[in-house]
Design a binder for this molecule. Structure first.
Ligand code: RTL
Length: 203
């Protein structure tokens, strides 16, 4: 009987260890403070056009589709961006929103505070976190913003964009990395594809 008990205890310990190891390789506690971002983020290489191919929405009004962002590093080193996207405001007024953003640096080169506003006064403005979770600069980027922390340190209200350098979407080889990262930021299963229909294209 004692032997059986010892054997069961050993087995249980092994299971527990296994569980902890698999849990620590993919960050599963969903604490915003434990989310890792791109190491040594290089804003110069991040410049240029990024097409949103998927997004996880926050609560409330948001960019619907046709979302394209252009990032730039100004002469003084500040990162700025413009973005366009289809929105519906006042219940049924559909338009292409022209948005602007300036980024404040933080201690971490991949974590910014983004001040954003619209070209027209009736468009939303705000001040959000803007984290670059991962990017290879040439193909894909995963953006994350938590607007409101829950009492337990997880994200209560946040949004995220999956960006591609190509309008058509991500290359198959980048999809695995992106899925892994979606899981790490605890947004897996919450994304919607972002269509590009030409709604915001200027001729
Ligand atoms: C993203 C990166 C590039 C610069 C900016 C961004 C965010 C824009 C947002 C716009 C919301 C607009 C709304 C308009 C309706 O009134 C992250 C794409 C500025 C959040 C809701």
């Amino acid at each position: 009987m004692l032997r059986l008990c010892i054997a069961l205890c050993v087995l249980a310990t092994c299971w527990a260890q296994d569980y902890l190891v698999s849990n620590s390789t993919v960050q599963q506690d969903c604490l915003v403070s434990n989310i890792t971002v791109k190491q040594d983020f290089d804003r110069m290489r991040y410049q240029g056009t990024w097409y949103a191919v998927a997004k996880k929405d926050p609560v409330g009004l948001f960019l619907l589709d046709n979302v394209v962002a252009h990032f730039k590093v100004e002469e003084d080193g500040t990162m700025t961006a413009t973005a366009t996207g289809r929105v519906i405001i006042l219940n049924n007024w559909e338009l292409c929103a022209n948005m602007f953003g300036t980024f404040e640096d933080t201690q971490d080169p991949a974590k910014f505070k983004m001040k954003y506003w619209g070209a027209a006064a009736y468009l939303q403005s705000g001040y959000d976190d803007h984290w670059i979770i991962d990017t290879d600069y040439d193909n894909y980027a995963i953006h994350y913003s938590c607007r409101e922390l829950d009492m337990d340190g997880t994200c209560l209200d946040g949004y995220s964009f999956i960006f591609s350098r190509y309008r058509e979407g991500l290359r198959p080889e980048d999809q695995r990395i992106v899925t892994e990262k979606k899981q790490e930021i605890c947004f897996l299963g919450k994304y919607r594809r972002v269509a590009h229909t030409g709604f915001c294209d200027t001729v």
